[in-house]
Ligand binder design. Structure first.
Ligand code: SF4
Ligand code: SF4
Length: 364
């Protein structure tokens, strides 16, 4: 487990060029140096050198981050802000009562039990899997929301009609909620447990949440493992596009798309839209901008989160569409929040939910 001190060299690499400020969604709505990684790194470097204390005020800026990774992509020094902030958070919370309470709530006894209970009560509502002959085998990592709610399984069953074999080992949470709270011990526990169940014997490794996929692909940054799933990791949208499925809708519909921050590649979306009859796709202005929810960010930074959610909703309203489609359960909640505040009529749906509304689904 790494501590903030272990990142002293990375913090030293920051040239203060300010490029991160030009892309940081938080800096755009709150132009304070400490909102973007440049200012955060200056403070944290002060801590590693012993000039500053890891205080409550610094913690406020550690929490003021969506973990969207946009600054990582542009940083010429290649500094990984998410890893540094998680370690700083862990150091700040160590020995604090609040930290102990968070760790207890996130433990297997509480968090794990809630998910297991959700799995148990939703089981009778999930469709039965029928093994298909000569079909591709996919390993499915079901995010926590879909562990509790059976609807995505119903949509997938309607879309694929048992034409692919879905294997679901008993995975734990990807660990992102724990990583964000600096609960490194619990994060590593989940990552190790999931790595034991992961293997590359399958054609694809599918996730239903962009954040889960990005966290799992980042495991090698935290845990010593030789497993590299990056070539096989896809989302359901990519599988649907690869299968070249055609969707025919009864009534003409207008839709737009919100790209979750952690979704690396969204090319599949236009491919699917081209295969949808009676659907008009309208690209939203700044469709890659964050929905504003970002896990516990909304709780710690309600004003900033609301500002981002409202901006997003305004852009959705400009498209005048029936549906806004996305591929992350957390974004669905964030988009609904913004649309509720803006009294919008556009409905938020996941990609599988939207496609399952088609009157007919056929293979090319
Ligand atoms: S882009 Fe990277 S190097 Fe430049 S100021 Fe931001 S963190 Fe520092
Ligand atoms: S991860 Fe996103 S929100 Fe956080 S500092 Fe970087 S660009 Fe800003």
């Amino acid at each position: 487990m790494k501590h903030l001190k272990d990142f002293e060299n990375d913090l030293n690499k920051c040239s203060k060029c300010g490029l991160c400020e030009s892309v940081c969604p938080i800096f755009k709505i709150n132009p304070n140096d400490c909102a973007a990684s440049k200012g955060k790194f200056i403070m944290l470097h002060g801590v590693t050198k012993g000039d500053l204390k890891l205080s409550k005020n610094i913690n406020k800026y550690i929490d003021m981050c969506l973990k969207c990774g946009k600054c990582n992509e542009f940083c010429p020094s290649g500094i990984d802000v998410c890893q540094i902030l998680s370690s700083a958070k862990a150091d700040f919370l160590k020995d604090k009562l609040y930290g102990k309470i968070i760790n207890f709530l996130q433990s297997k006894i509480i968090f794990g039990a809630i998910i297991n209970f959700g799995k148990f009560i939703s089981k009778p509502f999930r469709p039965k899997k029928i093994p298909a002959q000569n079909a591709i085998q996919v390993m499915y990592f079901k995010g926590c929301v879909n562990q509790i709610c059976p609807r995505t399984d119903i949509y997938l069953n309607k879309i694929f009609k048992n034409t692919i074999n879905i294997v679901e080992p008993d995975f734990e949470c990807c660990g992102l909620p724990f990583l964000s709270e600096g609960n490194m011990e619990r994060f590593e526990q989940c990552a190790k447990s999931n790595l034991e169940k992961l293997n590359d014997n399958y054609s694809y490794f599918v996730t239903d949440c962009a954040s889960c996929q990005s966290t799992i692909l980042d495991y090698p940054k935290y845990i010593n493992t030789k497993l590299n799933l990056s070539e096989k990791a896809v989302n359901w949208g990519e599988i649907i596009a690869l299968q070249n499925l055609k969707f025919k809708f009864k009534k003409p519909l207008k839709v737009t798309f919100h790209k979750p921050c952690h979704l690396k590649n969204d090319k599949f979306f236009k491919t699917i839209m081209n295969n949808c009859e009676n659907v008009e796709y309208v690209e939203m202005e700044n469709y890659t901008d964050c929905c504003g929810l970002a896990g516990s960010f909304i709780i710690k930074n309600l004003k900033l989160s609301t500002k981002l959610a409202k901006q997003k909703a305004q852009n959705i309203n400009k498209t005048n569409t029936d549906y806004v489609i996305t591929t992350c359960p957390s974004c669905i909640a964030g988009l609904n929040y913004g649309l509720l505040l803006n009294k919008s009529k556009t409905k938020v749906v996941s990609l599988p939910e939207f496609l399952s509304k088609a009157e007919t689904i056929s293979r090319c």
